[in-house]
Design a protein around this ligand. Structure first.
Ligand code: UD1
Ligand code: CA
Length: 468
């Protein structure tokens, strides 16, 4: 199996491990740290994505604080190992022994709180690790401000050990090469060394970093591999670094989209999640949010002021000043301004949804028009049908939801109330202002309103009555 970076290896021999048991005290949150979102995606999911991008599909996540919530978020995409007490990164890895030892030849370990970590960085480390035959390899970065990170100590250019900030002498603190927290290990050697890691350090923790020095002492090969983009190691420890990571990742996502042929009119006010796919020649206007696994076609015009969540949008579609969630829009659809497409909305090609129209759990089109002030919920609307201004599907009786089925080329007059369950046959007409409670056959005209009466000259008499 080849990852997108051209690395070739046998999938079953390399596994991934995400360390995500820590509490993240400085977040001051009920939510475990790794579930806080960066660019609309929980950090632990970003970590998983990065491993997948590097071609690793067997992933274990070490959980502890709020572990059940993390389990709920990731579901059965990964396996889990519990670390009930957080006794350090080495201890965390030890908790995954059963899941890993004997199941993979090598394991890539990454933190769950570094949202900028890329699949490319992991892939580069793994490739070098497998090629060198090292027992352990660690990815490092050169940074201007190394504060808070483990320092890489080299002797004669070769890796010697990692020293944590809190255990470092002034000379070591001055070193600018730091530990990214991303490692590749020979699985058996890792678990053979881990029990020998002590906790005699400033934090009283079992440091995973100590494994590297132990392996060196055993005569094994250990490599520290510098990576040139130091952004990848940015760790989130508090809400402010969460915002900074968001800004940094957002910029990278927008840049990638721009490079692939998408116009981002204002990168400062455009928020797009990493998984979103957008076709070339699509224009994204300011104040637009696109999240989840949304897919947007080519030649679309999205925004301004639009929110699209977990939706699929065809080619040449225009959505502006609108909110779209869990919806599917075909080619050449027009939505907005001020439309609300709720979950289960499916709009066929060429359908038009105008101002103050809400659609929910409804299949429309192709070529349906609902241009003004309507609610279409739990409904099917056939091709070419026109829904007049103010049409409401009354889908709820206070207890249950009911469906409205509207055929093809139907004309629903303005301000009509369709009381579900009800059906309008193909080619039927509904007179404006009707309350429709019974099915209407194809090509019929339905009136459901009081007949108009006109009293000639009545107003003259009325006025005369009050004249003094
Ligand atoms: C760690 C490294 C440091 C490196 C940095 C890079 C160690 C000892 N230090 O420091 O050299 O520069 O990462 O980001 O490894 N975790 C658990 N269980 C625990 C402790 C931690 O699951 O008992 C998880 C955390 O949830 C987090 C990750 O491991 O996702 C890293 O732990 P953290 O405490 O943030 O380590 P750092 O101090 O950042
Ligand atoms: Ca950290």
């Amino acid at each position: 199996m080849a990852s997108q970076y051209g690395l070739t290896f046998n999938m079953s021999t390399v596994a991934g491990l995400i360390l995500a048991a820590g509490k993240g005290t400085r977040m001051k949150s009920e939510l475990p740290k790794v579930l806080h979102e960066v660019c609309g995606t929980p950090m632990v999911s970003l970590a998983l994505e990065a491993l997948k991008e590097a071609g690793l599909s067997h992933v274990t996540v070490v959980i502890g604080h709020g572990g059940d919530k993390v389990q709920e978020e990731l579901g059965d995409a990964v396996s889990f190992a519990w670390q009930h007490e957080q006794k350090g990164t080495g201890h965390a890895v030890r908790m995954a022994q059963e899941a890993l030892l004997g199941h993979c030849d090598h394991v890539v370990v990454i933190p769950g709180d570094t949202p900028l970590l890329s699949g490319e960085a992991i892939s580069q480390l793994l490739q070098a690790h497998l090629a060198s035959g090292a027992a352990a390899s660690v990815l490092t970065c050169e940074v201007a401000e190394p504060k808070g990170y483990g320092r890489i100590v080299r002797e004669g250019g070769a890796f010697a050990r990692i020293v944590e900030e809190k255990d470092a002498s002034p000379e070591v603190k001055a070193l600018k090469e730091v530990n990214s927290g991303v490692y590749a290990f020979h699985t058996a050697k890792l678990f053979a060394a881990l029990p020998r890691v002590g906790a005699a350090n400033a934090q009283g923790e079992e440091y995973l970093t100590d494994v590297l020095a132990l392996l060196l002492q055993d005569g094994d090969r250990v490599e520290a591999l510098p990576f040139d983009d130091a952004d990848i190691l940015m760790g989130v420890n508090d809400r402010w670094s969460l915002a900074e990571a968001d800004a940094l990742l957002r910029r990278k996502i927008l840049r990638r989209l721009a490079d692939s042929g998408v116009t981002i009119v204002d990168p400062n006010s455009t928020y797009i999640s990493p998984q979103v796919k957008i076709g070339p020649d699509t224009i994204i206007e300011p104040q637009t949010y696109i999240t989840g696994q949304s897919v947007i076609g080519r030649n679309c015009h999205i925004g301004p002021s639009t929110r699209i969540k977990r939706s699929v949008i065809g080619d040449g579609t225009y959505v502006y000043f609108s909110h779209v969630a869990d919806a599917e829009l075909g080619d050449g659809v027009k939505v907005g301004p001020f439309a609300h497409l709720r979950p289960g909305s499916q709009l066929g090609a060429g359908t038009k949804i105008g101002n103050f129209v809400e659609v929910k759990n409804a299949q429309l089109g192709p070529k349906v028009s609902a241009n003004h002030l309507s609610y279409i919920g739990d409904a099917t609307v056939g091709a070419g049908t026109n829904i007049g201004a103010g049409t409401i599907t009354c889908n709820y009786d206070g207890f249950q939801k009911h469906r409205t089925t509207i055929g093809e080329n139907v004309f629903v007059g303005s301000n009509s109330t369709l009381v579900a369950p009800v059906e309008l046959g193909n080619g039927s007409f509904v007179a404006a202002g009707s309350v429709i409670t019974k099915n209407v056959q194809g090509d019929a005209l339905a009136f459901g309103r009081a007949r108009q009466e006109v009293k000639e000259g009545w107003a003259v008499q009325w006025r005369a009555k009050f004249k003094k």
